[in-house]
Design a protein around this ligand. Structure first.
Ligand code: CS2
Ligand code: MG
Length: 402
């Protein structure tokens, strides 16, 4: 199964998305998501200038050998750019192998472990009432799990809240826009949000929240403790996770479940968190952690320590990532939940896919491969347009975590 060509397709159907397409001499092709939000062109270069020339002539069936070649052979291991490039290759090769076997990808991984895949959607609003309305809307759509983000009184903007009536889009300007943050205002407000949600909707809904890296461990401990009466499904990215030991301090003070990992690109970023049971869900994604090959290793390690998966699934991960993730979710024994931020209609048209939503759950579909394709002619109609993620400053001007 010789690789005869490969190319990178960059498209912007409402937001920038990068796709790698690998072609074999037998005529089979596979595709992988190579999108790294705000740094897309870096991955394009990594693939076009280095990786693709190394792939030509190799056997597409040798997924593991190619993974090790690209990982160890790079010398400069790990990092979001290189691992996103490797992820795109890995995903495309698993797509090819499953097509060659005439099987949906989940069968190749070991078959399904469940009948359907629970997902969570995003509800957000500028104030509590707007969030309550949005939660009701998503519950009516059938979601059983909903992440909630809310504007904070006294702050002009905050993470996760849409501007106007458009869906939330983090990469909102050519160069980074600047947000102002106040931990005090946030901590003094957020418990009221969850009290209002439980008062109105009771305990049946799974409610999630993303702190987005902004607290210190003791602040996160305070928030986790204050949110315990509201039984969150998880509190995500409570602190910046370079210091994995910091999670021990949070753990000592609260039973609110902790999730982390969407910015991780290696098993080494989360080994300590998992082995010391400092978290409950690992958020690593197919497209940023080196593909199915490394994501499986992380899930297997996590399964030894009661840690479940909760793959990242924002709109800056393309439908190709979503499709591959759903096959992984269908198989993985220690599945927790899958994030689902609906892509735009234009994006869904560029990436026809077999996965289906029904009453709060997804199924990946049973077509050979991961079930997602790309309409190259349509993709070409949406030219790349640089867009960066915001930066965050405290009220005194200090550059803070976004
Ligand atoms: C967020 C993401 O979905 C999430 O949990 O953290 O929306 C994140 O902000 C973006 O993926 C960044 O590109
Ligand atoms: Mg997040």
């Amino acid at each position: 199964m010789k690789i005869v060509s490969a190319k990178v397709i960059v498209t912007c159907p409402g937001r920038n998305l990068v796709t790698l397409k690998i072609q074999t001499e037998e005529g089979l092709y596979g595709i992988g998501d190579a999108t790294l939000n705000g740094r897309e062109k870096s991955v394009v270069s990594y693939l076009e200038d280095y990786v693709i020339p190394m792939l030509i002539g190799r056997d597409a069936h040798r997924i593991e050998d190619i993974w090790q070649y690209l990982y160890r052979g790079a010398y400069w291991r790990r990092g979001p750019v290189g691992m996103t490039a490797i992820a795109a290759v890995d995903t495309a090769l698993w797509d090819i192998k499953a097509k060659a076997a005439n099987m949906p990808l989940y069968q190749l991984l070991g078959g399904r472990s469940r009948d359907r895949i629970m997902v969570y959607s995003h509800a957000n609003g500028n104030d509590i009432q707007a969030v309550l309305d949005e939660v009701g809307h998503h519950r009516d759509l059938g979601y059983k799990a909903i992440r909630v983000q809310c504007g904070v009184p006294g702050l002009a903007s905050t993470y996760g809240v849409s501007k106007g009536d458009k869906p939330y889009e983090p990469a909102d300007s050519d160069l980074p826009s600047e947000n102002v943050w106040s931990t005090e205002k946030y901590l003094n407000f957020i418990p009221r949000l969850f009290r209002a949600i439980r008062d109105q909707y009771g305990e049946d809904l799974h409610i999630l929240h993303d702190v987005h890296h902004r607290l210190t461990p003791i602040e996160a401990a305070r928030l986790g403790k204050e949110l315990e009466p509201y039984h969150l499904f998880w509190m995500e990215d409570a602190v910046a996770a370079e210091n994995q030991e910091g999670f021990r301090l949070i753990r000592q003070h609260t039973t609110t479940p902790l999730a982390v990992g969407e910015v991780f690109n290696s098993i080494h970023d989360c080994r300590e968190l998992i082995e010391k049971q400092l978290i409950d869900y690992i958020r690593t994604s197919v497209s940023h952690v080196g593909g199915i090959t490394q994501l499986r290793r992380i899930a297997d390690l996590a399964s030894l320590y009661h840690v479940r998966t909760g793959c990242h699934g924002a709109t800056d991960l393309s439908p190709v990532c979503m499709g591959a993730a759903l096959h992984f979710d269908y198989w993985v024994p220690n599945f927790g939940i899958q994030e689902h931020m609906a892509h735009s209609a234009e994006t869904d048209a560029v990436f026809p896919h077999a996965y289906r939503f029904e009453e709060g759950y997804f199924t990946p579909g049973d077509v050979p491969g991961h079930g997602v394709d790309i309409d190259e002619a349509l993709a070409a109609k949406y030219p790349y347009q640089r867009a960066c993620l915001p930066v965050n400053r405290l009220e005194d001007g200090t550059l803070w975590h976004w």
